[in-house]
Design a binder for this molecule. Sequence first.
Ligand SMILES: [Ca+2]
Ligand SMILES: [Ca+2]
Length: 79
Amino acid sequence: MSTKKSPEELKRIFEKYAAKEGDPDQLSKDELKLLIQAEFPSLLKGPNTLDDLFQELDKNGDGEVSFEEFQVLVKQISQ
Ligand SMILES: [Ca+2]
Ligand SMILES: [Ca+2]
């Protein structure tokens, strides 16, 4: 993956999309979708769907992705 982002950029991106609705510190599925489509569309190419990605990220199953849970994606992106 060629889209490298610094941790600061990724935090800014997370905060920008997490603040769109509901809890400003958590990404809902809709917010994650907007984030991925706008910033990392290449993550949804191939077999990965947004549902798969969301399930993978939402470790505690509360239906939202916290910044801590988002780190899994950050690691994938920065690989
Ligand atoms: Ca939110
Ligand atoms: Ca969660």
